[in-house]
Design a protein around this ligand. Sequence first.
Ligand SMILES: Nc1ncnc2c1ncn2[C@@H]1O[C@H](COP(=O)(O)OP(=O)(O)OP(=O)(O)O)[C@@H](O)[C@H]1O
Ligand SMILES: [Mg+2]
Length: 238
Amino acid sequence: MAEAVILELDNVATGYLDEPVVRDFSLTIPQGSITTLIGANGAGKSTLLRAIYGLNRHFGGTIRFDSEEIQDLKPDQRLARGIGFVPQGRCNFPLMSVGENLELGTYILDRAEADSAVERMLDLFPMLRERWSILAGNLSGGEQQILEMAMVLEAEPQLLLLDEPSLGLSPGNLRQVFETVSEINGRGVTVMVVEQNVHGALQISDTAVVMELGRKFVEGPAAEIREDPRIRQAYLGG
Ligand SMILES: Nc1ncnc2c1ncn2[C@@H]1O[C@H](COP(=O)(O)OP(=O)(O)OP(=O)(O)O)[C@@H](O)[C@H]1O
Ligand SMILES: [Mg+2]
């Protein structure tokens, strides 16, 4: 039996101003997989993730999620259908407590769902229960990243889009974040992750997609991409 497909991009062109930044982009993501997006600064990785969540200007092509076209839906509608997005950079509320951040993450849920969503995250990430009253800005970088993932996971997405979750983290925090991504995936969530930490990302991924100048350059199983001389040279330090 063929693998179920959760996300399918067909010839997508997307950007911000008059012209698309990412173009001719086609990609099929199997349910339950982890896909890493690799590319130099400015290659269009964030632009592609943002397009899947509906934050850009759509120039053309189709985005199918769970077999339905979603390219005309707004981000909150995509979230309600099961796409969660953690943007690049710190995106919690640093002057609010961990608990308040977790409560904010439930904004699309009703009261009863919200309470059980917070409880689920505290069970999944006991660290957040211990830190409940602490200001989010006082967590370590890795803990903040986990909080941000938890805030999005409260909506129970089937597909989680992560833009550079390991950015600026110490090696210990970095390992913690990659382990967390693997664990989330182990619970059945499909993951698409943009990473500059190519070594770490390839270790947890099934598939890697390399972007250059707004287009797909190479795509393949993570284990093969790791051995590709062009990729080793450009992204893995030779
Ligand atoms: N809000 C915006 N308005 C206009 N152009 C933008 C905007 N955001 C990004 N761009 C442009 O789109 C192109 C791709 O940027 P993008 O942020 O997607 O790259 P990236 O691969 O995520 O890079 P990085 O590794 O630095 O995060 C760049 O030329 C950038 O200047
Ligand atoms: Mg980016």
